[in-house]
Design a protein around this ligand. Structure first.
Ligand SMILES: *[C@@H]1O[C@H](CO)[C@@H](O)[C@H](O)[C@H]1NC(C)=O
Ligand SMILES: *[C@@H]1O[C@H](CO)[C@@H](O)[C@H](O)[C@H]1NC(C)=O
Ligand SMILES: *[C@@H]1O[C@H](CO)[C@@H](O)[C@H](O)[C@H]1NC(C)=O
Ligand SMILES: [Zn+2]
Length: 200
């Protein structure tokens, strides 16, 4: 075989190995990061009437279900759910904005409510030291779909990584801090096995 052909085969081999490595790498890591944060603009949020800020990372994550609306399976349906909850909270409750800091949809995305560093209206006494994380749906008798629960857990890890939540945070279901059935009986039974869940 001449030198030139040999070099060419070698380069082809290197390129093939490289491509395989890349595919394996994306399959193992890329897929797990496939959830997106959907901004307020994207779901056509109204302007908040007011905002109070939180400085530094918070110590608690308080988990909710919406009860109404039930699960939204598509991004368009989840955007509409966000708008309907915001209307209800602002017009019927008279609050400044949608009550929660973030919401997870069964479409596998995370929707910005009040966002990070903003006091919510989701759990009295905890609003100024927690993130209110909603899983959109009624989870009294059914669990949130598994991928949706995985996105919720990844989002909490992301919030810790980005210093919005302390490393040794405490995770509560809403019913632990208030007389309510939220986040649903079926879901709460499962939430007790999530990292950082603690009895009160
Ligand atoms: C969403 O998907 C689930 C199955 O994952 C189904 O049970 C439910 O009825 C769907 N909801 C809507 C509103 O289509
Ligand atoms: C939250 O609000 C309560 C009551 O107003 C106050 O006592 C507490 O110091 C506040 N906590 C934080 C972290 O700002
Ligand atoms: C965990 O958080 C508490 C406050 O909630 C703090 O007092 C404590 O030092 C922290 N422990 C560690 C190991 O970071
Ligand atoms: Zn709740």
């Amino acid at each position: 075989m001449n030198k030139c052909l040999c070099l060419l085969s070698f380069i082809t081999l290197l390129a093939t190995v490289g491509a395989i490595c890349f595919i394996v790498y994306t399959a193992s890591t890329g897929k797990s990061e496939s959830w997106k944060i959907i901004s307020r603009n994207e779901w056509a949020a109204r302007q908040p009437k007011g905002r109070e800020h939180i400085h530094g990372p918070v110590e608690y994550v308080v988990v909710h279900h919406s009860y109404i609306p039930d699960v939204c399976n598509t991004t368009d349906a989840c955007k509409a759910s966000m708008r309907s909850m915001q209307d209800f909270h602002m017009d019927d409750h008279g609050w400044d904005d949608i009550g929660y800091n973030f919401a997870v949809g069964a479409d596998g995305n995370v929707y910005v409510g009040r966002g990070f560093g903003v006091v919510g209206a989701h759990a009295p006494r905890y609003n100024n030291k927690s993130i209110g994380l909603l899983l959109i749906g009624n989870f009294m008798e059914k669990l949130p779909p598994k991928p949706m629960m995985e996105v919720a857990q990844k989002f909490i890890a992301y919030a810790v990584e980005h210093d919005h939540v302390v490393v040794n945070y405490t995770l509560y279901g809403h019913r632990q801090v208030r007389d309510t059935e939220c986040p649903g009986t079926a879901f709460f039974a499962q939430l007790k096995f999530w990292p950082h869940w603690r009895p009160i």
